[in-house]
Design a protein around this ligand. Structure first.
Ligand code: IPE
Ligand code: MG
Length: 232
């Protein structure tokens, strides 16, 4: 979700109003997902690197996160949304950690949409923490290092129970992954748009889905193989 700051600047407003407008775009996108039958939505809200921003902006983002949890969880729950936060949550203030745990508990039984908020998340962090878990097991003599395969690493990543993402959308004109779900997005279809995140509306979402629908997903095979499978 990139471009909140620029959206605000263009309107001669402080950056935090851009983040507030971004929250509105989140609300709409969640509704769109439910409407289209998208099963998992993962939003990159705050990266491991975003701590480098000015202290005031970091504090403001924490406040917004907290107030969004306070205000939105009831509605999410009503709409059948299961909320999960992925990332190194221990870095957040205790009150925020408690709120997160409560929101996850409250919505754990919902199955319309899994909404994952990546907060203090980084793709490298994710792989690193998985490696650490496996290394501990080896060190304790519970496992042979030769037994480590891709599936085992994947099983220790942030969301091992969910499928790999199919579509990766980045707004704000930048064409890079910026350390998001690096492992899991190995075969994700990438979609970049110049729209700033607060301007990402129903039409923009539909455009991304249309683009996705036109992609041929080969997963290493040939086009003929894939087409034969469909047509046979
Ligand atoms: C994305 O918008 C929101 C967060 C990273 C929290 P930005 O804050 O990166 O907006 P720009 O890139 O400055 O416009
Ligand atoms: Mg940005």
């Amino acid at each position: 979700m990139d471009g909140n700051g620029r959206w605000a600047r263009k309107r001669l407003m402080p950056r935090y109003l851009g983040h507030r407008a971004g929250l509105e775009a989140v609300r709409k996108t969640v509704e769109q997902c439910i409407e289209y039958g998208v099963e998992v939505l993962t939003l990159f809200a705050f990266s491991s690197e975003n701590w480098r921003r000015p202290k005031k902006e970091v504090g403001m983002l924490m406040d917004l996160f907290m107030s969004a949890l306070n205000k939105e969880v009831r509605r999410l729950d009503r709409n059948g949304v299961r909320l999960r936060i992925i990332g190194a949550r221990e870095a957040f203030p205790q009150a925020l950690q408690d709120k997160i745990a409560e929101a996850e508990r409250k919505t754990a039984g919902n199955d319309k949409l899994v909404l994952q908020i990546a907060a203090n998340y980084g793709g490298r962090w994710d792989v690193t923490q998985a490696a650490r878990i496996l290394a501990r097991r080896v060190a304790r003599g519970e496992m042979d290092p030769e037994a480590i395969d891709e599936a085992m690493i994947a099983s220790e990543l942030a969301f091992p129970d969910l499928p790999d993402p199919d579509l990766f959308i980045r707004t704000g004109g930048e064409q890079r992954l910026s350390n998001f779900v690096l492992w899991q997005a190995a075969y994700a279809e990438l979609y970049f748009t110049d729209l700033l995140w607060p301007d990402f509306d129903a039409q923009a979402f539909a455009d991304a889905l249309i683009s996705f629908a036109g992609r041929e997903r080969r997963f290493g095979r040939t086009s003929e193989q894939v087409q034969g499978e469909d047509g046979a």
